[in-house]
Design a protein around this ligand. Structure first.
Ligand code: NDP
Length: 288
């Protein structure tokens, strides 16, 4: 199916727009949506990586070129999809990559670039689809965050900052668009077997020797997990589709045993800390 053609098309099932669809979660979610009988606009920086999928489902996959950090392309792609199908039912803001570095090691450029990819790109796509989803009175927006979007640890401050930003924006968004019949879900995976930890995708800041003890192990361990992570992206995709179908779609969906364990531990520790300092917290109001 050529993307040069702007004439209207008939969509089978729901119409999905998935970013970073060339590999990992994006690809798995695309495959699960196709298995469910839906139509997928698969957005990727290298749409040729989707030729195989498009050949398997010639009437239901449209590969499109999209770097989510390019606002003009974001607007153009959403407009194109609406010209073709007249609807977008599910937006999946999935494109992303890892970044390892202590806060002092991470440069301004690295931070800003990742914020473009994980925050401003998804925010632009969200704004672009909302007028349409509002008038349609339905739709769903899925934000691929991370367990690192709930808590952080040494070496992943920059990565977490971008995912925390996305989660903060999305928590408000969910409340704002619920009255329009639009579902919003944040997905928080642990370690999944995708291209994420591979050499080409994972970014590493230049090192400062002083951080060898705290960040060094993360630098060494993360790439060594490539291909051995416990999480299965195909199972994650099935879980995401099921959660979207549920009557009560969760705002946040942790995925993987590692994510569930770590988030529950973090919630317990956060609650304990608030309780420990509760009397101090409550002692700062005016006396009148
Ligand atoms: P992959 O590396 O397999 O896939 C990442 C995808 O994002 C690729 O298709 C890549 O395209 C795309 N991408 C990167 N930069 C851009 C860009 N500027 N514009 C458009 N697409 C881009 O990793 P995952 O599938 O794991 O990553 C998907 C999401 O899951 C990310 O948001 C990541 O943060 C999140 N995540 C992953 C975890 C994991 O363990 N796998 C854990 C927690 C969260 P290209 O091929 O062109 O580089």
């Amino acid at each position: 199916m050529s993307t040069a053609d702007t004439s209207a098309r008939e969509a089978a099932g729901r119409v999905w727009l998935i970013t970073g669809a060339s590999s990992g979660f994006g690809r798995a979610i695309a495959e699960a949506a196709l298995a469910a009988g839906d139509t997928v606009v698969a957005a990727a920086r290298r749409p040729e990586a989707l030729e195989g999928l498009a050949a398997t489902y010639p009437d239901r996959v449209v590969p499109v070129a999209l770097d989510v950090t390019d606002p003009a392309r974001v607007a153009a792609v959403v407009a194109e999809v609406l010209l073709w199908y007249g609807r977008i039912d599910v937006l999946v803001n999935n494109a992303g990559r890892g970044l390892v570095g202590a806060v002092e090691e991470t440069t301004e450029r690295e931070l800003r670039d990742l914020m473009e990819l994980h925050f401003f790109g998804p925010a632009a796509l969200t704004r672009a689809v909302l007028p349409h989803m509002r008038s349609q009175g339905s739709g769903a927006i899925v934000q691929m965050s991370s367990m690192g979007g709930r808590f952080s640890f040494a070496g992943v401050g920059g990565y977490s900052a971008t995912k925390f930003a996305l989660e903060g924006l999305t928590e408000a968004l969910a409340l704002e668009v619920a009255p329009f019949g639009i579902k919003v879900m944040i997905v928080e995976p642990g370690a999944f077997r995708t291209g994420f930890a591979g050499g080409g995708a994972l970014l590493q800041s230049a090192t400062i020797a002083a951080y060898e003890e705290t960040v060094g192990p993360v630098r060494a361990t993360l790439p060594s997990t490539d291909g051995k992570q416990p999480g299965d992206p195909a199972k994650a995709a099935v879980a995401i589709l099921a959660a979207l179908e549920a009557k009560e779609t969760p705002l946040r969906l942790p995925l993987g045993n590692d994510s569930a364990d770590a988030i529950l531990g973090h919630l317990d520790a956060s609650r304990e800390e608030v309780l420990t300092w509760e009397s101090v917290s409550r002692g700062t109001d005016f006396d009148d």
